[in-house]
Design a protein around this ligand. Structure first.
Ligand code: 8DG
Ligand code: CA
Ligand code: CA
Length: 472
């Protein structure tokens, strides 16, 4: 028999000794004191390799971490290297490991930082392979169910929970630039494709790090996948770079930043050869709408975002004005702020009052505007721009009949993509028509009543999605 060339195999050639039963590394190695009793670590070998895993386990134990050899229910932290969240989840499912909402799935960078710090560092988004705040919100129903099970992702945003914790911003920012450029070029199909793709990636509980992670995700057309692939490989998309440098894109972006200016006006100004706002303002032959005039006048104020504190302050003013005419009215902040956003381009309010008549409803907004107009004139704030101590903020006020408040609230909370998909879902999956006023069942030929958003979701056969999970 030829001698084996592999020295490792030679070991088996000698007389077979009964090998001592393999013991856990923690038993073999000198035992170390456990400093951090609450943490039980498991280091994933997949893609890391046996040697590096053994090295890290030994090092972590020396630093006082409890590291287990085997997977068990007592594990609190799983540490992986070169694995995406979905890969770790898939592997855990293959091991039949119950993934509880308490389990942290972390990148090795967390362990390395913790060992360097001599204590477990806080697990933040950059370490987490899967976001745990998925369920750690105020909905107790959700907390009962483990959130980390990979479910089939719906093509409808209204069947996904999308918090503001976006794990794929590098991709979604790129898609939003491309979608906007297609919008400027009035290519609705491509615009929608990139908006849907951005929306679905915002709902993922993990960061995409390889094309394998995109398997099974809906709304990712070939065109979209090409952009993802390029960003994975090069860290950026050449198409996005080209758009950002494109003169037409830059001009449209600038022109539409003026309140009251849409695609039609931008197109006109662009064709006239304008590239800056200053030149446009000085052109006496151009006629501006009242909105555009206000847009130019308060340009600096309006391009700077509204903060939550400012929104709250505006809310007080709105309530004060509304209650002067309808003391029982409910005033609710809707739009992005209701979804938990910290900034917005405007502030949206829904106003409704039990027992209000049609006339009350028609009259309220003109009365409120009139009241503010009088106050503005009295305080001389109309022309005074220099050294001004106030800021112009865009406010959307919506008044609705009391019986329709749930539909209006749902419709004005957004996001736009969420609303779009709610309607699409109602039409295609339920044969119903949903808008900001009502829900109509085409099969039963009746309008379905609702006192709350929860009831509307129930009519549609949808699980309830909280406002802060509608950031699609
Ligand atoms: P932002 O202000 O923080 O930038 O975002 P947002 O609050 O989500 O967007 P928004 O443009 O203020 O719109 C809020 C919701 O209002 C959104 O879901 C769409 C809905 N909406 C309607 N009708 C109309 C309408 O005619 N104009 C606008 N701008 N929004 C409308 O239902
Ligand atoms: Ca808004
Ligand atoms: Ca608005």
């Amino acid at each position: 028999m030829p001698l084996p060339t592999n020295p490792l195999q030679m070991v088996h050639l000698g007389p077979r000794k009964k090998k001592p039963r393999q013991m856990g590394a923690s038993m073999v190695c000198p035992s170390h004191d456990i400093k951090f009793q609450d943490l039980v670590l498991y280091i994933l070998e997949k893609k890391m390799g046996t040697t590096r895993r053994a090295f890290l386990m030994e090092l972590a134990r020396r630093k006082g971490f409890r590291v287990e050899d085997e997977l068990s229910d007592s594990i609190t932290h799983i540490v992986a290297e070169n694995n995406s969240g979905s890969e770790v989840l898939e592997w855990l499912q293959g091991q039949n490991h119950k993934v509880s909402s308490q389990l942290e799935l972390l990148d090795v960078s967390w362990l390395i930082e913790s060992m360097a710090a001599g204590t477990p560092v806080e697990t933040t988004g950059k370490h987490q392979l899967v976001k745990r705040d998925y369920s750690a919100n105020l909905n107790p129903e959700l907390q009962k169910t483990p959130p980390l099970v990979i479910k089939k992702i719906s093509q409808y945003a209204c069947q996904r929970r999308t918090t503001l914790n976006n794990y794929n911003q590098i991709f979604t920012d790129a898609f939003e630039v491309l979608a906007e450029n297609y919008e400027f070029r009035e290519n609705e199909v491509f615009c929608l494709a990139f908006m849907r793709a951005a929306s679905v990636l915002k709902s993922l509980p993990f960061t995409i790090i390889s094309m394998k992670d995109t398997e099974g995700i809906p709304c990712l057309e070939d065109k979209v996948k090409c952009v993802i692939e390029e960003i994975i490989e090069d860290g950026e998309s050449s198409e996005v770079k080209a758009v950002l440098n494109d003169e037409r894109y830059q001009s449209f972006k600038l022109f539409t930043s003026v309140f009251g200016v849409g695609l039609k006006t931008s197109e006109k100004w662009f064709r006239m050869g304008y590239r800056t706002l200053n030149k446009i303002k000085l052109d006496k032959t151009l006629k501006f709408t009242p909105m555009q005039k206000a847009g130019f006048l308060y340009y600096e104020d309006l391009v700077s975002c509204v903060t939550r504190a400012e929104a709250e302050a505006v809310g007080m003013l709105v309530k004060e004005a509304v209650w002067a005419f309808l003391p029982e009215a409910f005033v609710t902040m809707t739009g992005g702020f209701r979804r938990g956003k910290k900034i917005g381009h405007d502030v949206d309010f829904l106003i409704t009052s039990p027992g209000s008549t049609d006339e009350d409803e028609e009259q309220l907004l003109p009365k409120v505007i009139n009241l503010w107009e009088r106050k503005r004139v009295d305080s001389g704030k109309c022309s005074q721009q220099e050294g001004k101590t106030w800021k112009a903020i865009r406010v959307d006020l919506v008044m609705c009949p009391y019986e329709r408040r749930a539909f209006a609230l749902l419709g004005w909370t957004g996001s736009r993509q969420f609303e779009r998909d709610l309607r699409r879902y109602a039409t295609h999956e339920r044969k119903m028509i949903l808008d900001n006023h009502a829900l109509y069942d085409k099969t039963k030929k009746i309008f379905l009543k609702a006192e709350s958003e929860e009831e509307i979701f129930a009519h549609l056969g949808l699980d309830y999605i909280e406002p802060w999970e509608r950031n699609a």
